[in-house]
Design a binder for this molecule. Sequence first.
Ligand SMILES: C[S@@+](CC[C@H](N)C(=O)[O-])C[C@H]1O[C@@H](n2cnc3c(N)ncnc32)[C@H](O)[C@@H]1O
Length: 223
Amino acid sequence: MSLLGREGEKRDFAEMRRDMVAVQLRMRGIRDAGVLDAMLKIPREEFVPEELRFRAYDDSPVGIGEGQTISQPYMVAIMTAVLKLKKTDRVLEIGTGSGYQAAVLAECAREVITIERIPSLQYHAKEVLSKLGYKNIIFAVADGTLGYPALAPYDGIIVTAGAPRVPEPLKEQLADGGRLVIPVGDRTFQQCLLVVKRDKEFDEQNLTGCMFVPLIGKEGWQN
Ligand SMILES: C[S@@+](CC[C@H](N)C(=O)[O-])C[C@H]1O[C@@H](n2cnc3c(N)ncnc32)[C@H](O)[C@@H]1O
């Protein structure tokens, strides 16, 4: 492809990104300026396999290999927005996948710890995020259902795979005043998006229906 072709492609993606934010996010009620700015800025196409880049801004999840997906833009936005992150916050993500959600979190918080169980996905996500210049993301390959106790507590925890129940270690690692967002339901992709707030006691709220790949691990589904 000529340089001109690549420039044209970049312009197309920028247009798609503006449309995504206007139509899929703003028109559906996403108002958090930090989240909207982040998603307007981050080149989502970089997180999608080359042959599927034309689908990077679709209103749906897209395959990233290993049977996993990059989440639908609206899900990324609503899950980030409910965490109500501040620039001083530390946030834990379970399910790095493509790395796109980690980039959005990294724009909204001070530090992101992201955990993935499939090494090849984590390797690729790390490469893309470092190429894009992110320096406030810590990566680990592990069973994220156990959280990451070494750096706990977390002001926000986001789980981007569907669980049978809220894993106890994640509740324990949530800071007082913190929020945890997680899809909970059955393994076959039908879940409720739960928001757990810790304010001395735990308070649980069901935000909406959703469909995620399964969270596999000791406190999740068995492989
Ligand atoms: C929907 S994808 C994640 C989307 C991702 N956040 C993104 O922005 O592309 C769910 C991811 O969770 C991972 N996963 C499932 N169970 C896990 C576990 N126990 N610990 C860490 N990652 C897990 C899967 O391998 C998959 O990559």
